[in-house]
Design a protein around this ligand. Structure first.
Ligand SMILES: [Ca+2]
Length: 251
């Protein structure tokens, strides 16, 4: 009679080892892919082949495209070109460019603002309009379709005088909302939320005034976190919309 116990134990030990090895490989792969993804976005400015003197002002990634604002004269304050790069075989290729010389663009984001599944490209510009000769922050909205930039909205103004904008899908209407850091009559700053409706925007909500709004982020549906400064101190507050006003969240 042969003793089968050591063989069974050996098989069990081997299975345990293989199982642990499998888990380790899967974990390693996950970490590798996450790091790859983080690096691919973080290293984008380095990966784009810019021309001599060309400076990257801002960029937004949507699918295989990187929508960028660049300045070909080396000025770091505003862009003078809108350039699209497409990722193919792990390389970013310049596939489109448009002269934005008179628009002074400084920020670009991409999001589907009307909920039709096609992403929009939102650019913040500093310019005059035929109806308003003052140089202010404006917004132009485009679609990039069939290797062309198509104007979707280039109206004179959405919010009042604003300093920054964000895109977030934090309220129920279809598509992402546009959030502006807008100046109040008292010289403070407030958050105002706009949603695309038919062929323009309407305001859904606005907050009270704060001295300086430093950041806005989304916590969950109908919950924003804003970081603001009063004097030298920094504060955080969570806001929700109630009857057209963004008010501190009551828990
Ligand atoms: Ca859309």
């Amino acid at each position: 009679m042969t003793d089968t116990k050591p063989t069974v134990q050996k098989t069990l030990r081997l299975r345990k080892f293989l199982f642990t090895a499998d888990i380790a490989i899967i974990l390693f792969l996950c970490i590798y892919l996450i790091l790859q993804h983080m690096n691919s976005n973080k290293d984008l400015p380095k990966a784009l082949k810019l021309e001599n003197n060309e400076v990257l002002i801002d960029y937004a990634i949507g699918g295989a495209f990187a929508y960028t604002l660049t300045n070909k004269d080396g000025n770091r304050e505003y862009g003078n070109f809108f350039v699209v790069f497409e990722k193919a075989d792990d390389e970013w290729q310049r596939v489109y460019e448009n002269d934005f010389k008179n628009l002074m663009p400084w920020k670009v984001e991409t999001a589907d603002i009307d909920g039709d599944g096609i992403p929009e490209i939102l650019t913040a510009l500093r310019k005059k309009t035929p109806y308003d000769r003052e140089i202010k922050n404006r917004m132009f909205i485009f679609n990039y379709e069939d290797n062309k930039l198509i104007r979707k909205w280039t109206g004179s103004q959405i919010a009042g005088i604003w300093r920054d904008f964000y895109v977030m899908d934090f309220l129920s209407p279809p598509g992402y909302e546009l959030l502006f850091v807008e100046q109040t009559d008292e010289g403070k700053e407030r958050v105002s939320v706009y949603s695309w409706f038919d062929f323009g925007f309407h305001r859904l909500a606005y907050s009270d005034g704060y001295e300086i709004i430093q950041n806005i982020s989304m916590v969950s549906e109908n919950r924003l976190k804003i970081t603001y400064r009063e004097g030298k101190k920094e504060y955080n507050v969570q806001l929700e919309t109630v009857n057209g006003k963004l008010v501190p969240k009551q828990d």
